[in-house]
Design a protein around this ligand. Sequence first.
Ligand code: HEC
Length: 143
Amino acid sequence: MGRLFKVFIILIFFALIGIQFIEIERINPPVVGDLQAPPQVKEILKKSCYDCHSNETKWPWYSYVAPVSWFVANDVEQGRKHLNFSDWEKYSSRKKEESKKEIWEEVRDDKMPMGIYTLMHPASKLDITQKNIIKNWASGQIL
Ligand code: HEC
């Protein structure tokens, strides 16, 4: 190993330690209007979506390790901004209908749950039966 390379490795090592001290927010604000939905629907959403689309995020161990933690925190922040099941019952009926439509589109096109998430949480992947349950709920066939 060249001398310069060793110095480089040591610098990287200290940089990795250093970034662990950068504070990031991992907060779960209070739940004010949690989604009311049939149990079979709720179960799916809780398992596959709530980590990013609710205030009940289960922060995984890697959300404590920078720089991965930065990406996790960002996904949760953006996810909650777009759709937050913890506020659902405060949405207007119009917003609920729009969100349901979007939810079904995301699920149908395999865009949600995000690929990086299903990689770490394989059980969150939706099968055809689960997708159909979401579809029926989103289209108002089950309330
Ligand atoms: C790992 C975090 C994560 C998980 C898990 C997750 N989402 Fe998302 N979701 C996001 C992020 C981040 C965005 C906003 C950026 C984007 O559209 O990619 C988003 C956006 C959305 C949107 C809005 C799309 C738009 O065009 O505005 C919907 C609807 C949605 N997600 C539904 C779901 C559903 C339903 C599930 C569960 C089946 C789910 N998401 C699981 C992170 C997540």
